[in-house]
Design a protein around this ligand. Structure first.
Ligand code: FAD
Length: 365
């Protein structure tokens, strides 16, 4: 017999887990994850940086709100989620200026060299700094969401891939692995598989596209001081940041992919190392480990959050692209408010992201 919940969340990455934590205790919630472990895909593969100047304006707003929520959490906790780490953009005048925003200010070449003496001074002419940027303890954040969801009564089921979802009366019947669920609301937090989940649910897909992004931890001759900001090329050819005595590097590639367990392509990390050994004095000599994740984007680059206009009770929580952590707490707050409103009114309605942004301010007042 199918178990009954107000909300079934499909996907156990940062999106699904943060929403489960926000909803649990306020309505009945099940989260189902295809893999045996939570956060197996993109959510365990990020660079763990929260950058208020990164992304379109609505993403920047959601990032600022997420930072507020995480700072409030840190003020009450012994182990912080956030660690101050600036974000510095280097490149030519035109590209750096194009990225300048309220959260990023221009700095001189000399200031940039002082912040990261490992840079080859001839490799850039202009720089910008976002001092409101933070490193994020992503594993701790994910685990806290899991714990608080479970403590408040949510059921988390792993190793259960959702293979069917149909409208049944005023709700949904969901088949996952060998189990069945009935719920008023289904949340699509399936990351790179979000469009695939829509199709098996009889919902029109949105054209969400996963893009590959590789990163690696490398060993270096000259470690970066811990206070070094994340350094990012304005032409998107690399970024790097300290990771203890090692360095995290990425070629910042943006290559379309199908939904899959992505792996680094042979040669990609080697090419990046050759480039970084040219533009820095890091002296990268070996790779500790390398990985690839999928950043899934809508055509306009803005996360898709809200009830589907055509499929009552089908809630999108997808397309977070490269911003899934930095927007997570704010998006969970908004999504929970919309879903709880619908659960209480029993009439799920469609919302645009602009309405979500507006809702954010009403939540804060
Ligand atoms: C190299 C790299 C660096 C990044 N750096 C940053 C960063 O510094 N800051 C930042 O904010 N973001 C960063 N990101 C982006 C961020 O990691 C993602 O936006 C975020 O992890 C997406 O989370 P998610 O929960 O939507 O997806 P996922 O973590 O992929 O979770 C989706 C889950 O849904 C499950 N699923 C799919 N289909 C089904 C089904 N049918 N049934 C059940 N379960 C299903 C999958 O198994 C998966 O576990 C980075 C990404 C990459 C790849």
């Amino acid at each position: 017999m199918a178990s009954n919940y107000d909300v079934v969340i499909v996907g156990g990455g940062i999106a699904g887990l943060s929403l489960a934590a926000a909803l649990a205790g306020k309505c009945t919630v099940a989260l189902v994850e295809a893999e045996q472990s939570l956060a197996f895909h993109t959510s365990s593969r990020s660079a763990r940086q929260l950058i208020p100047s990164y992304g379109p304006p609505v993403v920047q707003e959601l990032t600022v709100r997420t930072l507020e929520l995480l700072a409030a959490r840190d003020a009450q906790a012994t182990e912080p989620i956030l660690t101050r780490r600036g974000f510095m953009l280097v490149g030519d005048e035109e590209r750096v200026q194009a990225e300048a925003s309220g959260n990023m200010h221009r700095i001189s070449h000399a200031e940039a060299m002082e912040l990261c003496p490992a840079l080859n001074p001839d490799s850039f002419t202009a720089a910008g700094l976002d001092n409101g940027s933070f490193g994020c303890n992503a594993p701790l954040l994910l685990e806290e969401h899991r714990q608080s969801a479970v403590a408040a009564g949510a059921d988390i089921i792993t190793g259960a891939k959702v293979h069917s979802a149909q409208r049944l009366g005023s709700g949904w019947q969901v088949g996952a692995g060998t189990e069945g669920f009935q719920s008023g609301v289904v949340v699509n937090a399936a990351g790179a598989w979000a469009d695939e989940l829509a199709v098996i649910s009889g919902v029109e897909k949105l054209g969400l596209q996963p893009f590959r992004r590789t990163a690696a931890i490398v060993n270096v001759e000259k470690p970066l001081p811990p206070e070094t900001p994340m350094v990012c090329a304005a032409d998107d050819s690399f970024y790097f940041r300290p990771e203890g005595n090692q360095v995290l590097i990425s070629p910042s590639e943006h290559v379309p992919s199908g939904p899959e367990d992505a792996k680094p392509h042979p040669g990609d990390v080697g090419k990046l190392i050759a480039n970084l050994n040219n533009v820095t004095t890091l002296g990268i000599h070996s790779v500790e480990r390398a990985w690839t994740g999928l950043r899934t984007e809508a055509a306009d680059g803005i996360p898709v959050v809200g009830f589907d206009a055509e499929a009552p009770g089908f809630f999108w929580l997808a397309g977070q692209g490269g911003y899934g952590f930095q927007t997570s707490s704010a998006i969970a707050e908004l999504a929970a408010a919309l879903i709880l409103g619908a659960v209480e009114a029993e009439s799920p309605e469609s919302r645009t992201v602009e309405q979500l942004a507006a809702a954010r301010w009403s939540i804060r007042r």
